[in-house]
Design a protein around this ligand. Structure first.
Ligand code: MRU
Length: 343
């Protein structure tokens, strides 16, 4: 694998002498500014309001929120409960808080909790590098791919999950072109993924979310067009059903219809063996106002209603491969997931 250092330059979550600094993703791509979180409540608000977002990144930020609570002498139970309630769908948030809670219950002091948060962050970066290698190995040279939402350095400790596979695939010549869906209503694809890809010099084309079926239909047989859809995940149930950004399921349906392969890339911290199938995953509903306006400008007639679920569930039968740092699960089902991930 060629050197990937110049593909790993962004850090969205940084611990800096007792303060958690979060790259404010609401203001990207035009303004690069950091929020400073000094208590667990600051972190919970940043997660809820999407200043930090992406399943692994919110887990890491929440772990640092527990460290802030320890440093300030806050009540752990209250701090953890507030952080836990910030967003419901990404299991990484619960996973990281469970891990910190276990250390608290063992009597860990603030220094020990700081080391645990650092370990969570370092393990995520290492997992992303490994998944990059494993995912890129599935691709044929000269491939084009379509991705959705943002799964890059901004959404993780660094490098990214699906975007990590894209980075690794580009570095070794497997990927020659990337299409990114804009990801209405919050525009993670347009604002964040295009920013990351352009910084890395990876050839990328933005499409409207509604152009995906047409892209697959007209270009799936063209060299450098779309042979794979590669996405991340917020929670993978025990049978492989996968919750991810709203619009992912329709991409999987289109991909199967057009003979395009569908890959999910996520660390084992996103896999939730206690949720048997996708219909048991809570889907976050956000404020309808996110749909009724754009860039602060109302676009819909006043009095109109909107429904704003921000994740959906792709059935495991539509997924060709789930890539984790522990291995690749092809044609995933409960038995195949257990074989790679354990119980
Ligand atoms: O609402 P967001 O921006 O937090 O949603 C993010 C996604 O859906 C990502 O695809 C997922 O968290 C994986 S990020 C590595």
């Amino acid at each position: 694998m060629p050197s990937l250092e110049h593909h790993d330059t962004i850090r969205a979550v940084a611990w800096d002498a007792g303060i958690l600094r979060l790259l404010d993703q609401r203001r990207l791509p035009f303004i690069e500014t950091y929020l400073q979180c000094r208590c667990a409540d600051d972190v919970a608000v940043a997660i809820r309001d999407l200043a930090v977002r992406g399943a692994p990144a919110i887990g890491i930020a929440a772990a640092w929120g527990v460290v802030l609570a320890a440093r300030r002498g806050e009540t752990f139970a209250a701090a953890i409960a507030t952080l836990r309630a910030a967003r419901p769908t990404a299991v990484n948030l619960q996973w990281a808080l469970d891990r910190m809670h276990t250390r608290v219950a063992e009597g860990a002091d603030a220094d020990m909790l700081e080391r645990e948060a650092q370990a969570i962050q370092a393990e995520d970066l290492a997992a992303n590098r490994r998944m990059g290698e494993l995912g890129a190995a599935l691709l044929a040279p000269g491939s084009g791919v379509l991705t959705h939402c943002n799964t890059g350095s901004l959404a993780t400790a660094g490098f990214g999950t699906a975007l990590g596979v894209i980075r690794a695939g580009f570095a070794c010549g497997k990927i020659v072109h990337v299409y990114a869906g804009e990801t209405r209503p919050w525009l993670q694809g347009a604002r964040l993924t295009m920013w990351e890809l352009q910084r890395d010099g990876i050839p990328a084309t933005l499409i409207a979310d509604s152009a995906a079926a047409h892209l697959m239909k007209t270009r799936s047989n063209t060299a450098g067009a779309v042979q794979w859809v590669i996405v991340g995940a917020d929670r993978i149930a025990a049978n492989g059903d996968t919750a991810n950004k709203i619009g992912t399921c329709q991409l999987a349906i289109c991909a199967r219809h057009h003979g395009v392969k569908f890959m999910v890339v996520a660390p084992s911290s996103t896999c939730d063996a206690s949720t048997p199938s996708g219909d048991r995953i809570e889907i976050e509903l956000r404020d309808p106002d996110e749909l009724l306006s754009m860039a602060g400008q109302r676009t819909v007639v006043s009095g109109a209603q909107a429904w704003n679920p921000v994740f959906d569930v792709t059935p495991h039968s539509l997924i060709d491969a789930i890539v984790t740092e522990r291995g690749v699960i092809e044609r995933p089902d409960a038995a195949r997931l257990r074989a790679v991930l354990g119980a």
